[in-house]
Design a protein. Sequence first.
Lengths: 299, 278
Amino acid sequence: MTAPEHPRSPGASLPLQSEASSPLLQVRGLTRSFGGIRAVESLSFDAARGGITGLIGPNGAGKTTVFNLITGVYRPTAGTISLNGVDLTAKRPHEVVRAGVSRTFQNIRLFNRMSCLENVMVPLFARGRSSLGAFFRTPFVREEERRTREKALAVMEEMGLADAAHRPASTLPYGLQRKLEIARALACGLLVQGPRLLLLDEPAAGMNDAETRELGEVIVKVQKDFDVTVMLIEHHISLVMDICTHIAVMDRGALLAEGPPQAIRSDERVVAAYLGRPRGRGAGGKTEFERKGNDAHDR
Amino acid sequence: MDYELNVVMLACVNMIAVLGLAVFTGFTGLFSLGHAAFVGIGAYTSGVLTYHWDVPFFFALTAGTAAAGLSSLVIGIPTLRAKLRSDYFAIAILGFGEALRVCLENLSVTNGARGLSVSELSGPGWIVGTLILSLLVTRNFLKSRFGALFVAIREDPTAAEMAGIDLFRMRLLSLAVSAALCGASGALLAHRLAFIQPVMFTLTQSTQLLASVIAGGIGSISGPVIVAFVFTALPEMLRSLDMWRLPAYGLLLVLIMIFRPQGLLGYRELPDLFRRRQ
């Protein structure tokens, strides 16, 4: 299923779109070996513009490796990655960021000793224009600093973090740290011309059901408000089923299935690879996979 | 009186070099065991200029500063591009320092290992003036976007890169600024002591610079600068203790590490201490 999926399309397959839009992210034949181990093998998938694409799969399937390949942390052994027609394959991480891709990490990585506001200002500063004036604190430098601060504060307000602006990032509670990391990733895209891709690596890891649901709402809101395309790795199946418009399933480095949530939910191969053999259960006859999806008790 | 003045002047010269290393180690998070080499490059560049060609001191000082800054690119470009981890970088730059010493000992323009007797040109005005200017400019620089980017790199290089920071360029910039300050310190030192020798710029001196930065506190300007003053002045004040002064110096370092492992002013500046109690 390589045709772009319309955001939140209810149908299982819509090969033709009225909008003449190609997918934002195109991954083709992506392969990466570490020594003799193929972490990712001839992987091809798309992320539709403006959608939320979920990347799921058992532990060790190679999901985070895919993120590391997209962001230039690893060089692919073979294959190509392109964003809006721009080839990202040989770019270094900071160049990938400037092309419009930003991400969060599986284990939260904040600049702990900086304030929350400074954390969000860093990506904006990275693209600042002041140079030698910095030694003399010229009016231009101060003005740039003021504008950067305002932009960062606006992002924090949008994320509901304005109250924490001046606290050191390390003192935030866990859930807010996750949000701050998303805010920082969003700030990366503020100065990018053209479409932006936001990669979230297990944003709900370690969260309870209520927190996960709230985070899901935040992701949906952020996707609309900041007009970004979201791709997320997540083990909370309920979250993925609720918010994703499209899902790609990986197993042992390869793509197992791809499609809208409804199709993935009932895909035999996915159920078998992800959760072991489907099991009939009681009168309802639901598979374990479906139960998990519905009850949100996965973890 | 002359003696005390001399000690204070030497301490001020040292403070500039430590300030330089604080930018690189304290704010950007990379360790260096070779920064004395940049002090040496500043000293020899300015010394050779005034000794052979009678260049005015202002230009010699400027040239020494610039030469140290530029020479940092020679070691910085290959090592920082390779993203050597912090400890490997420290070793690479140690090699650079030793190679420089060998060069200085074998060049005729530097008068080899016998050393160069230059004129005593840097009076207290030059030294204190340069120190104040260095402190102001460095404070501005670290307060600017560059300071924020350096700290981000120190806190988490991976996250910094994914925030769009060009790690190589920013680390190189930090190294160049830090080396330039060391170069200025070297030019002042040469024309204060009126004599320079290659052995004055080796691992021992690099280690002392690093010790001052660590003991003064990572992420602080004032801490390392205060400690640099104490570490230069204290051994002189303890001369009456004769051979016990070196153990006393070591003891002080150990005590700081035990009671203030974050350093004298880790991640803080002197004014913060007063602001806190309102």
